[in-house]
Write a protein that binds this ligand. Structure first.
Ligand code: ADP
Ligand code: MG
Length: 291
């Protein structure tokens, strides 16, 4: 196929998807690991620019994207510059008061404004928020052993809905707060799932640093392209899912059982993975459906 023919066929293939997802809310969790093609380096810039233009494209064809981001490697990098170790339990960062300060500095001072700025290169579209804004993510202590790690008790999505009504793109940093205004570090996977559920999103998409959910993390051939919530629950129960994948699959399960149309886990380091998932017949990564 020559170039114009190829362009025409790509656009034609996308048409039914553009129609299907018209006006639908899609919550996209952009992992710190997907962003960190190379932390702070050229990889990160390119990954960020390509992600931003994909999100703007989704919005421009009529979808309502909401971005929720993490910042694990970026937080880890600042902590190590400050001579502090990172410690994780089941994929959750143990967060003492000093670590909480660093988490807030990195998410609210660096990752969130970088994402907002990258999107706004394309027009006045993105608005940065944190979960502490207008009670968006109400939290309480998840487990005293984890320190200031917040468990989401309530989601108040009104501010996000208002921005979506205005065709703006909310970009949410996952810092939550309790009734007294105490800040908490909320795992971004958990927050994205809870927000998707509260918004009754059509899709929840996790962009991470692996091609999807694998039966055996070490074996690329064991990628699971599609499974139901019931099948996923069985895999979770048999204990073969580790580290950072645990909060992702738990939130996928909860979200699709709570009314989200479908959940996806994709490799966000792959250029335009988001577009391939949404607009092509091929589909990429892992898709979790209700049932
Ligand atoms: P993110 O920044 O996207 O949240 P994480 O490192 O927290 O990234 O989570 C992704 C990681 O989960 C993968 O890089 C992989 O090492 C790990 N993982 C553990 N078990 C599995 C599994 N069964 N399939 C895929 N990835 C897994
Ligand atoms: Mg993670």
């Amino acid at each position: 196929m020559n170039q114009p023919d190829l362009t025409a066929s790509v656009l034609t293939e996308a048409l039914p998807y553009i129609q299907r997802w018209q006006d639908q809310v899609v919550v996209i969790k952009y992992g710190g690991n997907a962003l960190a093609g190379a932390v702070g380096g050229e990889g990160e810039r390119t990954a960020l620019e390509s992600f931003a233009s994909d999100v703007v494209l989704l919005r421009s064809v009529g979808m309502r994207p909401v971005v929720v981001h993490g910042g694990g490697p970026q937080i880890g990098a600042l902590l190590s510059r400050l001579g502090k170790d990172s410690r994780f339990v089941d994929g959750l960062r143990v967060t003492d008061a000093e670590t909480l300060d660093v988490v807030r500095m990195v998410l609210l001072g660096q990752v969130n404004p970088d994402l907002v700025a990258a999107i706004n290169v394309h027009g006045p579209l993105a608005v940065g928020l944190s979960g502490a804004d207008t009670h968006l993510l109400r939290t309480q202590t998840a487990d005293p052993a984890l320190g200031f790690v917040g468990e989401v008790t309530e989601v108040n999505p009104t501010v996000v809905e208002r921005l979506l009504e205005q065709r703006l793109i909310p970009v949410v940093a996952t810092i939550g707060a309790d009734e007294l205004g105490q800040a908490y570090n909320v795992n971004a996977d958990t927050a994205a799932g809870a927000l998707a559920q509260a918004l009754r999103a059509a899709k929840l998409i996790y962009l991470t640093d692996i091609d999807g959910l694998r039966r055996d993390v070490a074996d690329p051939a064991s990628l699971i392209s599609r499974l139901t919530a019931t099948e996923l629950a069985e895999i979770v129960a048999d204990g073969s899912i580790g580290a950072g994948m645990i909060p992702k699959v738990a939130s996928c399960l909860q979200a699709v059982r709570g009314g989200v149309g479908q959940a996806h886990i994709l490799d966000g380091r792959r250029p335009h993975a988001l577009l391939l998932e949404v607009f092509t017949d091929a589909g990429v990564g892992t898709m979790v459906t209700p049932g």
